[in-house]
Design a protein around this ligand. Structure first.
Ligand code: B3K
Ligand code: ZN
Length: 887
C-alpha cells in the first residue's frame, strides 16, 4: 500500500540528483515464498555542497543487510521510512569512506508471489517477471528510482532449474552455471547506461522462437520470442512485425539496433500492452500472440503496432530517455507517431489514419473535456501511473505530427537525427526535442509550445463565402478552447489547417496548410471558378473540433469527390451524425421518425459502388474505406456532440437509423455479403483484411434487419468460420441482437463457442467481452454471473478489461441504466481492486469521472458512487487522485 497522505509533485520543483549510480550489480535469489535481492551500487557524488545524506527510494522491502565499502553499517547511519532509505553520512563510520565515491550494498527480502499490483517483481502464473516503469523498481530494491539516474547494469539470477529453466535480463548473456540442490544461475550485462525503469528480469519455463536480423551496417542480431510451449504456434506474426519494424526504423529514421540480441517475453498478467525494457521487452500475451484461428484482424494489427512501438522505443525512449516523468510524452507521443506511420506504411494508410483519429476524437477529446484533462506536458501529478493517458500518447503523437506538417518530411527527419545524435545516452526534456526541430529549420516554436502546455481541445469555427464576381472564396476562422482544470483562459494555439476546395467534379485548387495563429483569421482563395465546398482539416491536420455548417448536399459532394480519404470518411460520419441527431429530436414526439432520404441514398451509393467493383473484380476500390464509410459513428462519439448526453435517445436513434439502412438496402447488402463470403486463403494483408471488414460490416447490417434469413446466415458463418475475425463477428452480431429468433439461438452459440475455445485464454477473453458489450437489459446480470465463471480471474487485467471495462466503458446503454446499478457494480469492483491492483482500479474509474456529461439523476447516482469510493479505507494514491480530481 502506498503513502496514506498523497503528495503532489510539481515540474517546477525538478532538481537534478546529487548522486550518480555509475554501476549497478544485482543478485536475485528467487524462491517460492520469498526472494532476496542484493544490490551493489557504485555511487559518486554529482553535486557539491549539499546535505550529507543520500535518500533512496524503496517500497514494501524488508532490509536484511546494508554496508558501505563492504563494512556493515551501524543502525544510526541509516533510516528506513515508508518509501525511503536515508543514509546519514555523518554517522557512517567506515575507514577511508568518502561521500564522493563509495560502494553501497543492500540486501532485501520481497514477496513477488504475493505482489498483485503487477508492479516491481511479481509472478504471472508460473513465471517471475518485472514491470518497473514508472516507479516499480523501488519495489525491487533501494535505488534512485528516477529516469535521470542512468547506470550500467549487471544482473545475476539464481533459481530452481526445473521450474525456471530460462533466466533472462537486459543486455547480453555473460555466463551461467549449475548449483547444488537443483538450482542454477545466469548473468546478464547491459553495456548501455539506462534508468532503472528499463530494467527487466524473467525466470520461467519458456520456449524460444528464434530468428535473426542483419542491420544496415551488417551486424547480426538474434531475435528471440519466449512463450509457453502451448503458444509456440502463435509467434510468427510478431516476429515478422519485429523484422519489418527494424527495417523500417533504419529506412525512415536511420536508427539501427544496438545489442546482439533482442528478446520479447509474453506474460498473461500485465497491466498494459507491453514494456520496452532494454533488449528484453515484456509483452502482454494479447499484444504478441497471434494466429488466424484465435486472433481477429484487429488483434493482428494490434500485435504489429505494439511490437513496433516497443521496438521503436529503443531509440525514442531508451537511448534518449526522459529527464523526469513530466516529459513522458517526449518518448510516448513521439513513439506513437512513429508506430502510426509504420502501420500506415505496412497496410492501408488512410484506414490507419481514420482509426487513429476515431480513437483520438472519441476518447482523448472526452478526456480533454473531463476533470482529468491535463496538458501533454503536465505540470503536476500525484501518481504518475495515472498519466499514461490518451493525452500523453495519442494527442502527444498528433503534436509531433503537426511539427512534421509544419516543417515538411525532410526537415523533420533532419530534426530527429539531430535530436538523437545530440542527446544519445542522455535524459532530456520536451524542450530539447523542440530545440532540435527549431535548430534544423530556423523556425521559432515558442508559440507552438502551447500545444504542450495548455490542455483542452481547441474548437475551430469556420465559415466560407464565395464571391462569384471576384472568383474568390473566403474562409473565416475563429478559434476558442474550453476551460480545463489547469487554466480557465487559453491563449490561441498555432493550428495547421490543411484545406482545399472541392468543386462539382473534384478538387479545384491545390490544397494548402493555413497557419491559424490568432483568435480570428481570414484566408482568401483566388481564381475559384465555381462555388466550392471546402475540404477542411485534411488528413486531420490538427487535433481540434471543427465546426463548419455543412449541408447534407455539401457532405454528399465531399463523400463522392474529395480526394482526401480522411475527409471523405469524415463527411460520411458528419452526415450520419446530422441524421441521427434529427432522429433524436423527432423521437421526443414521434415514436417512428423518418430517416433523411439523402442519407439513405448516399449510403446506397457507396454500397452499390462496392457491389459493382466486387462484381467486376475491380481491385482499385479500397474496400476497407467503403466499410468504414458504411459504419455508423459509435454511441460514444455521438455523445461527444451533445452537451447533456441522453444515453437512451442516442442508442435508440442510432439503432433506428441502422435498422432503416438495413431494411432499405437489404437485397444489396445481401448481394455484397455473398460476393465476399467465399472460401479464401487466409492472409493478413491490407486487401484481405479489407474484404473481411466489409463482409462483417454487411453481416452486422443483415442481422440488424431482424430477418430470420439473416440470422440463419449469421449462425452459418459462426458455425463454419475458419478464422477468428469471421467467427467473433458472427458471435457478436448474434449475441447483440434483440430479435426473438436470435435470442433463442444465442445461449447454445455462446456455450459451444466456449467449449471450443476454453483452452485459449485470449479467445475466452473475447467471449467475455462479446457478452459484456451486449446492449441489452440483461447484460449486467450476465456479467455478474460471468465473474463467477471458472475462467474468470479477478487478478488478471485482461479478464477485467474484457468483462468489467467491456461493460462499463463499451456498453453505454447498459452501464448507464437509470437506477444506477451499473455505477454501483463498477464502484464495487474498484473498491475491491484498490488494494490489489491500484493501477487498474484507477483506470476503471474513468467512466465515473465523466459524471458531468449526464442528466441530473445520473449525475447524482454517479457522484454517490464516487463518494463511496472516496471514503474507502487505505485508498491508493492512484484511486485517490482520480476520485478527488473528479468529484
Ligand atoms: N512504456 C510502457 C508503459 C508503462 C506504463 C506504466 N504504468 C509501454 C509503452 O508505452 O510502450
Ligand atoms: Zn510507449
Amino acid at each position: 500500500m502506498k503513502d496514506a497522505s498523497p503528495r503532489t509533485i510539481y515540474l517546477k520543483d525538478y532538481q537534478a540528483p546529487d548522486f550518480a549510480i555509475d554501476t549497478t550489480q544485482l543478485y536475485f535469489d528467487l524462491y517460492e515464498d520469498y526472494s532476496e535481492v542484493t544490490a551493489r551500487l557504485v555511487i559518486s557524488r554529482s553535486a557539491e555542497n549539499v546535505v550529507p545524506q543520500l535518500v533512496l527510494d524503496g517500497q514494501d522491502l524488508k532490509l536484511l543487510s546494508i554496508s558501505i565499502n563492504d563494512c556493515e553499517l551501524a543502525k544510526d547511519a541509516y533510516e528506513i521510512g515508508e518509501e525511503t532509505l536515508t543514509l546519514n553520512f555523518d554517522k557512517v563510520i567506515v575507514e577511508g569512506f568518502s561521500q564522493q565515491n563509495f560502494i553501497l550494498e543492500t540486501k532485501v527480502r520481497i514477496e513477488p508471489q504475493n505482489n498483485t499490483s503487477l508492479e516491481g517483481l511479481y509472478k504471472s502464473r508460473t513465471m517471475f517477471c518485472t514491470q518497473c516503469e514508472a516507479e516499480g523498481f523501488r519495489k525491487i530494491t533501494y535505488y534512485l528510482d528516477r529516469p535521470d539516474a542512468l547506470s550500467e547494469f549487471t544482473t545475476r539470477i539464481y533459481a530452481d532449474k526445473s521450474r525456471y529453466p530460462v533466466l533472462l535480463s537486459n543486455g547480453n548473456p555473460v555466463a551461467s552455471g549449475d548449483l547444488d540442490g537443483g538450482r542454477h544461475w545466469a548473468e546478464w550485462h547491459d553495456p548501455f547506461k539506462k534508468p532503472c525503469y528499463l530494467f527487466a528480469l524473467v525466470a520461467g519455463d519458456l520456449v524460444a522462437v528464434d530468428d535473426e536480423f542483419k542491420t544496415q551496417s551488417g551486424r547480426d542480431v538474434l531475435l528471440r520470442i519466449f512463450v509457453e510451449e502451448k503458444d509456440r504456434d502463435k509467434c510468427d506474426h510478431a516476429m515478422r512485425s519485429l523484422k519489418n519494424a527494424m527495417r523500417w526504423d533504419e529506412d525512415v529514421y536511420g536508427r539501427e539496433y544496438d545489442l546482439d540480441i533482442f528478446m520479447i517475453v509474453a506474460v498473461d498478467d500485465f497491466n498494459m500492452g507491453a514494456m520496452e525494457n532494454k533488449g528484453l521487452n515484456i509483452f502482454n500475451t494479447s499484444c504478441v500472440l497471434a494466429n488466424e484461428k484465435t486472433t481477429t484482424d484487429a488483434g493482428f494489427q494490434r500485435v504489429e503496432g505494439v511490437v513496433a512501438h516497443e521496438y521503436f522505443h529503443n531509440w525514442s525512449g531508451n537511448r534518449v530517455t526522459c529527464r523526469d516523468w513530466f516529459q513522458l510524452s517526449l518518448k510516448e507521443g513521439f513513439t506513437v507517431f512513429r508506430d502510426e506511420e509504420f502501420s500506415a506504411d505496412m497496410g492501408s494508410a488512410t484506414v490507419k489514419r481514420v482509426e487513429d483519429v476515431s480513437l483520438l476524437r472519441t476518447n482523448q477529446f472526452a478526456e480533454d473535456a473531463s476533470p482529468m484533462a491535463h496538458p501533454v506536458q503536465p505540470s503536476s501529478f500525484i501518481e504518475i501511473s495515472n498519466f499514461y493517458t490518451l493525452t500523453i500518447y495519442e494527442k502527444g503523437a498528433e503534436v509531433v505530427r503537426m511539427i512534421r506538417t509544419l516543417l515538411g518530411p525532410a526537415l523533420f527527419r533532419k530534426g530527429s537525427d539531430l535530436y538523437f545524435d545530440r542527446h544519445d545516452g542522455c535524459a532530456v526534456t520536451i524542450e530539447d526535442f523542440i530545440a532540435a526541430m527549431a535548430d534544423v529549420s530556423g523556425r521559432d516554436f515558442s508559440h507552438f509550445m502551447l500545444w504542450y502546455q495548455q490542455a483542452g481541445t481547441p474548437k475551430l469555427k469556420v465559415t466560407g463565402d464565395y464571391n462569384q464576381t471576384e472568383k474568390t472564396y473566403t474562409l473565416k476562422v475563429q478559434q476558442s478552447c474550453p476551460a480545463t482544470p489547469e487554466s480557465a483562459t487559453k491563449k490561441p494555439f498555432l493550428i495547421p489547417l490543411d484545406a482545399a476546395l472541392i468543386g462539382e467534379q473534384g478538387r479545384i485548387a491545390p490544397s494548402k496548410v493555413l497557419e491559424v495563429s490568432k483568435e480570428q483569421e481570414t484566408f482568401v482563395f483566388h481564381d475559384v471558378a465555381e462555388r466550392p465546398v471546402p475540404s477542411l482539416l485534411r488528413g486531420f491536420s490538427a487535433p481540434v473540433n471543427l465546426d463548419f455548417a455543412y449541408s447534407l448536399d455539401d457532405l454528399t459532394r465531399l463523400m463522392a469527390r474529395d480526394d482526401d480519404g480522411f475527409c471523405r470518411w469524415d463527411a460520411s460520419q458528419k452526415m450520419a451524425i446530422q441524421v441521427i441527431n434529427n432522429v433524436i429530436v423527432s423521437l421526443a414526439n414521434d415514436p417512428a421518425p423518418t430517416v433523411d432520404k439523402r442519407y439513405l441514398d448516399a449510403f446506397g451509393e457507396v454500397l452499390n459502388q462496392a457491389i459493382t467493383s466486387l462484381k467486376n473484380n475491380d481491385q482499385t476500390l479500397d474496400l476497407a474505406m467503403i466499410a468504414l464509410m458504411l459504419q455508423l459513428p459509435s454511441e460514444e462519439y455521438i455523445a461527444q456532440q451533445h452537451s447533456v448526453v441522453d444515453v437512451d435517445s442516442i442508442h435508440h436513434a442510432r439503432a433506428r437509423v441502422k435498422r432503416k439502412l438495413a431494411t432499405t438496402w437489404y437485397e444489396e447488402i445481401l448481394a455484397g455479403y455473398e460476393y465476399l463470403n467465399v472460401p479464401e486463403i487466409f492472409a493478413v494483408d491490407a486487401a484481405s483484411i479489407a474484404r473481411r471488414t466489409l463482409k462483417n460490416t454487411l453481416l452486422s447490417y443483415l442481422v440488424t434487419s431482424g430477418r430470420e434469413q439473416a440470422i440463419d446466415i449469421c449462425a452459418l458463418q459462426l458455425a463454419t468460420a475458419t478464422n477468428m475475425t469471421d467467427e467473433i463477428a458472427a458471435l457478436t452480431a448474434l449475441t447483440h441482437s434483440a430479435s426473438r429468433y436470435a435470442v433463442d439461438q444465442k445461449g447454445a452459440a455462446l456455450a459451444s463457442f466456449y467449449s471450443k475455445w476454453s483452452d485459449e485464454a485470449l479467445v475466452v477473453n473475447q467471449w467475455f467481452a462479446v457478452q459484456a458489450t451486449a446492449p441489452l437489459p440483461t447484460t449486467l446480470n450476465q456479467v455478474e454471473e460471468l465473474m463467477k465463471h471458472p475462467a474468470f480471474d479477478a487478478n488478471n487485467p485482461n479478464k477485467l478489461r474484457a468483462l468489467v471495462a467491456g461493460f462499463c466503458m463499451r456498453n453505454p446503454i447498459a452501464f448507464h441504466e437509470r437506477k444506477g446499478k451499473g455505477y454501483r457494480f463498477l464502484a464495487d469492483q474498484i473498491i475491491q481492486l484498490n488494494a490489489r491492483n491500484p493501477q487498474i482500479a484507477a483506470r476503471l474509474l474513468t467512466p465515473l469521472t465523466r459524471w458531468r456529461n449526464y442528466d441530473e439523476q445520473r449525475q447524482g447516482l454517479m457522484r454517490e458512487q464516487l463518494k463511496r469510493i472516496s471514503v474507502t479505507p487505505k485508498l491508493s494514491k492512484d484511486v485517490f487522485e482520480v476520485v478527488t480530481k473528479s468529484l
